[in-house]
Design a protein around this ligand. Structure first.
Ligand code: C2E
Ligand code: MG
Ligand code: MG
Length: 596
């Protein structure tokens, strides 16, 4: 085995000594020149003795050119002299930003003494890409990409710092307020205008929110349409209330995005430190509860936390638990309400309205649990339970209302836009063996939302012969002109237009417009919530509307409590606590007619 000793020439294969040295030097120069790392050698004055290709590119020198007097080179020269004076190896990160691109070099410098000269050998790796990636990671951890606002971590960190100061000051620290903001019905806006407009709205809203903040306040986007605002310091609750009032005013002005004028309100819940809590989690929870209260009280306002909200939340949790249990135990039943021909009193169809039987046997109306079931993702199961109940009772339904009446089932807008559920529901309807008896009732929001409902889901139901009904028409987000694009069989005009219709010229005008448009589009019109003789008389005299549904004819009824051909006892009415006095008589079950 051969070994190199210090005195031996390094490249033995070359026989001629002087030629070999020259060639070796040439070879070394080439290797050095082509190394991917930037290599420079500087003398004690910082002058560059060697600059390889990579270093020339990194330092912005033309290939092989004498170094120009650029700031970058000057910097390197000075740094070189300093390193040599210090006489220690060092590693440094050098960042160069020419406004167009950012270059980051990781350079290790090593002072050496060769012969009688002090030299600095530097080797640089370009880590720009890695750095950009790290920066991106950092930004996405601490900043929201869309609005460029700080993330929840940052605001939490800031609140915790304030709380520590408060603790150290023996409670005499700065007061601050934490406000939780949630845009109302943002999902509708997103569904209707599309996600690009939704995003633009969030950016614009964030801008408006920031407009009057002090440097010491902080706004953070914590998720989708939720923001947290930290106001610190504050003097009083009144000061915060006043500020939020002006904020709400600013937010209620329309947004002009992509040619659309969009109105968006925001609900705000506020907690105060130290009054409502001394930890971030507690304060955040309190602000959350206050926001929830605003949502339930009609939205678009700001409210401060109070202790009653905590009790409300516990009660809500109880309802949530009991709803889950009720689904598990299948404690649901259906009441049926007829759709009646207002001229002949014949029953055209019935609508299944779900009811929950609680453990004490008390019947709960859907108003208390449907939205929660949607929120908790339990509604699909519930709808399948309703269908199962109908199938189970079909003989009784036929005997009571007639074998040809349509049977309507309500489907929540969220379900309607979910192809997976709707396909499984269509299969279940088909499996009954009588799919053509069914109609599904969905609110107009389902039609106007940019989901697959109208284009992909409806055709499946049409193919099965299942009818489509637009429920509660007039109170949703569609306009009359949107009706032209909707393919449905039936349109149910919301009760709010029908109540006292004989006394309300504006509602009469709207009714006429809906009526003629529906007629032109071949849709059957049903008036919902007909309660009085006067309302009926108006519909009969002034409109061509044929059908109505309402307490005037009958409230929802339970089949098992109904004795056909006998007058309805008041307890046979399936309306719940707020039901109207019993005034309807179910006159002729087999003839399927209502008579007053
Ligand atoms: P909806 O589909 O518009 O049903 C009509 C509601 O108005 C029913 O309330 C009915 O009892 C009530 N009503 C009928 N006639 C009158 C009247 O003359 N005056 C008044 N004041 N009210 C009348 P209910 O049964 O409490 O149902 C409320 C809503 O719950 C329904 O409105 C529907 O949107 C929803 N719902 C009911 N069952 C289901 C279901 O199985 N699935 C889904 N997703 N939603 C359901
Ligand atoms: Mg309905
Ligand atoms: Mg309705």
């Amino acid at each position: 085995m051969q070994r190199h000793v210090a005195s031996e020439p390094p490249f033995e294969a070359v026989a001629d000594h002087s030629r070999s040295a020259e060639t070796d030097l040439e070879l070394l120069r080439d290797v050095l020149r082509l190394l991917p790392a930037g290599v420079t050698v500087q003398d004690a004055q910082g002058q560059f003795l060697i600059v390889n290709d990579a270093a020339a590119a990194q330092l912005g020198m033309a290939d092989g050119a004498v170094p120009a007097r650029s700031p970058r080179l000057e910097q390197r020269r000075e740094a070189g002299c300093e390193m040599l004076r210090a006489g220690r190896p060092a590693v440094a990160e050098e960042c160069q930003d020419d406004g167009r691109a950012r270059q980051v070099l990781l350079t290790s410098h090593r002072p050496v003494r060769i012969g009688d000269r002090d030299l600095l050998i530097s080797s640089s790796a370009d880590i720009s890409e890695q750095k950009a990636f790290e920066d991106q990671l950092f930004r996405s951890a601490y900043y929201d990409e869309l609005t460029e606002l700080p993330s929840r971590r940052v605001i939490e960190h800031r609140a915790n710092a304030l709380l520590r100061r408060e603790g150290e000051g023996g409670g005499g620290g700065e007061k601050f307020a934490l406000a939780f903001l949630d845009i109302d019905n943002f999902k509708h806006i997103n569904d209707y205008y599309g996600h690009a407009v939704g995003d633009a709205l969030l950016v614009e809203l964030a801008r408006r929110l920031c407009r009057e903040l002090r440097d010491c306040d902080m706004l953070s986007r914590i998720s989708g349409d939720e923001f947290l605002l930290l106001l610190s310091p504050i003097q009083s609750r009144e000061e915060v209330a006043e500020f939020l009032k002006s904020l709400l005013d600013r937010l209620s002005a329309p947004f002009f995005i992509d040619g659309s004028e969009i109105f968006a309100s925001t609900s705000i819940g506020v907690s105060l430190c130290p009054d409502h809590g001394q930890s971030y989690d507690v304060l955040r929870h309190c602000a959350d509860l206050a926001m929830y209260r605003v949502k339930n009280d009609g939205k678009g306002a700001a409210e401060f936390f109070d202790a009653g909200m905590e009790h409300e939340a516990q009660a809500r949790m109880k309802v949530e638990q009991s709803l889950r249990l009720a689904i598990l135990e299948k404690r649901f039943c259906c009441a049926f309400q007829a759709k009646v021909d207002i001229r002949t009193r014949e029953i055209k169809g019935i609508e299944a309205l779900v009811r929950l039987r609680d453990h004490e046997g008390v019947i709960q109306a859907p108003g208390t649990f449907i939205n929660l079931a949607v929120e908790l993702g339990l509604i699909d199961e519930l709808t399948h339970l309703v269908l199962a109940e109908i199938v189970k009772s079909i003989d009784r339904i036929n005997a009571t209302f007639g074998p040809d009446t349509t049977i309507s089932i309500n489907v929540a807008a969220k379900q309607a836009g979910n192809p997976e559920f709707m396909q499984s529901f269509a299969r279940a309807l088909e499996a009954t063996g009588f799919p053509t008896r069914f109609m599904i009732e969905v609110t107009e929001d389902a039609f106007v939302a940019k989901t697959h409902f109208q284009d992909e889901i409806l055709p499946i139901f049409r193919k099965l012969g299942v009818g489509i009904s637009i429920d509660d028409f007039g109170i949703g987000y569609s306009s009359l002109s949107a009706l032209a694009d909707i393919t449905a069989d039936e349109i149910k005009i919301d009760r709010s237009f029908i109540t006292d219709i004989h006394k309300r010229p504006r509602s009469q005008g709207i009714l006429r417009a809906i009526e003629s448009l529906s007629e032109a589009l071949g849709m059957t019109v049903i008036a919902e919530g007909l309660e009085s003789h006067e309302e009926l008389a108006y519909l009969q005299a002034a409109t061509r509307i044929r059908y109505a549904q309402g307490y005037y004819f009958s409230g929802p009824i339970f089949l098992e409590e109904l004795k056909p051909a006998t007058p309805l006892a008041s307890d046979a009415r399936a309306g719940v606590a707020s039901r109207p006095p019993q005034e309807t008589r179910y006159a002729n079950a087999r003839g399927n007619r209502y008579r007053r």
